[in-house]
Design a protein around this ligand. Sequence first.
Ligand SMILES: CC(=O)N[C@H]1[C@@H](OP(=O)(O)OP(=O)(O)OC[C@H]2O[C@@H](n3ccc(=O)[nH]c3=O)[C@H](O)[C@@H]2O)O[C@H](CO)[C@@H](O)[C@@H]1O[C@H](C)C(=O)N[C@@H](C)C(=O)N[C@H](CCC(=O)O)C(=O)O
Ligand SMILES: Nc1ncnc2c1ncn2[C@@H]1O[C@H](COP(=O)(O)OP(=O)(O)OP(=O)(O)O)[C@@H](O)[C@H]1O
Length: 492
Amino acid sequence: MNISTLLDLLQPLILKVNCDNNLEISHISSDSREVREGTLFICREGYSFDSHAIIDKVYQQGATAFIVEKDVSKEFPHIQVVDSRIAEAVLAGEFYGKPYEKLITFGVTGTNGKTTCVHLFHHVMHMFGNRGSISGTVMNDIMGDKFYHQNTTPSAIEILRNMAKTLNDGGEYYGMEVSSHALDQYRVESIRYDIVGLTNITRDHLDFHITFENYKRAKLHIIDLLKPNGIAVINYDYFSDVRNGNLRIITFGTNSKAHYVIKDVNTNWSGTNFILETPYGAKRVYTQLIGGYNAYNVTLVIAGLVEIGYDIDEVIEAVKTFRGVDGRFEVIPEAKKLGIEVVIDFAHTPDALEKVIISLRKLSKGRIIVVFGAGGQSDKGKRPMMGEIVSKYADITIVTTDDPRGEDPREIISDIEKGLIPNSLHLSIIDRKEAIDTAITLANKGDVVLIAGRGHEPYQVFDDHRKIHFKDRDVAMDIILHKINKGEKSFR
Ligand SMILES: CC(=O)N[C@H]1[C@@H](OP(=O)(O)OP(=O)(O)OC[C@H]2O[C@@H](n3ccc(=O)[nH]c3=O)[C@H](O)[C@@H]2O)O[C@H](CO)[C@@H](O)[C@@H]1O[C@H](C)C(=O)N[C@@H](C)C(=O)N[C@H](CCC(=O)O)C(=O)O
Ligand SMILES: Nc1ncnc2c1ncn2[C@@H]1O[C@H](COP(=O)(O)OP(=O)(O)OP(=O)(O)O)[C@@H](O)[C@H]1O
């Protein structure tokens, strides 16, 4: 591609041009680790690294030209812009030929439920015989190529590249989780969606957004990214006041004013069922997902697909066969041999913890023992709130280590302890394995152990370089099997 095409597009952002208009660009990147001959490299001052500092090294790697935000030497062909992140979004859209225009695109944001919605969307589309891709926290599945990405929402270039691959390989749809960070940093700015979903909004990520208003504004920005005929599917119980010109907004929730009204939710150990009042009549919905809150996630996906033209009864039928996502209300069947239930769940916000424990309360007459911690280097303010919620709703609270990410685990635990309700039954055990073992040992017949906060995650991250393999399900399973082999049963 000739750089002049890209220059035209960037015009409103350009401060200075210091390059030949006839340069040919065969690749674009903002990451030096993937630069090759013919690359247009986008420099930016990031949160942890300033890639303007490595411009000479990247030039030697073969970069043809640079997009920069700062003054750099004339020896490097460059275009200086006011904002490299916006430039990256614009360039990525153009360079990869706007593949989103030919795909059914589904973007979900919200504090909790994004992964569940995107995986359910993938499942239903597959059941309808469509091929496509998804990206998000647990995994990226780009036309069958499955891999983990450190970000819930990758960079603009990666997303557009994956969308282009999806289209080239004959895919029809692309579903993705859209984090508030990504919305704020223009990672999805040049994408347009057929369906956007807003699951809910409660406290999280205020280390980054600082205020809840900023966080909410970032999330709501997804509505601006709809295609002209696109549909926003919004949880009315959290966003009752969203208006946006002529855009189609479809609401869902328990409030009778919503377009899709959730009623009579019943959850048990084999799934959840509820009545959904829709513009097409009342329907009974059954899902294998346990936890009443999943009625919201399921409804978001049903409403989105129905509103773009899929048959409601067929969508509801396809939902039935979805088995859920790794580490989300995952029951360990072997625990039953000890007379107890053990559940792994990714709840790591105050709201998610409350919802999961309340769901468990409906499922069990026994005591609920919760093991959890909080991640380091992220929203410290939610820690005491998590402590308060767990000690309010659980019978025994065991505070432990999550991913400290360089923070002292003792300090994180102490932040959580500040919120614990006085006189509630609680323990703090720094070693996560020991905490899980203690919870399972304390459980009597009929009790439930909830191991929360890390879900599918395979590693505990102690600092930038020290990761240890730690998957809650595997650790809990080992402990349970060990107890079964020793002939232990929870009859106490
Ligand atoms: C704070 C934050 O949001 N950081 C994200 C952001 O980084 P950044 O733009 O500040 O980039 P940086 O790491 O400082 O590097 C600056 C530039 O130098 C480049 N670089 C860097 C090093 C190098 O050797 N060579 C090189 O070229 C980088 O590619 C980048 O272009 O943009 C990058 C590309 O999209 C992300 O990978 C990076 O995620 C970091 C790893 C991160 O931890 N992000 C978290 C906070 C985050 O974004 N999380 C949300 C989900 C949250 C949730 O829902 O739980 C997410 O969407 O993942
Ligand atoms: N609709 C919901 N309302 C409240 N809590 C929910 C909802 N859906 C899921 N959860 C809780 O949030 C946890 C994470 O679910 P999921 O992975 O689907 O959300 P997410 O938004 O993708 O999270 P993250 O962005 O942190 O990856 C679940 O394990 C459950 O505890």
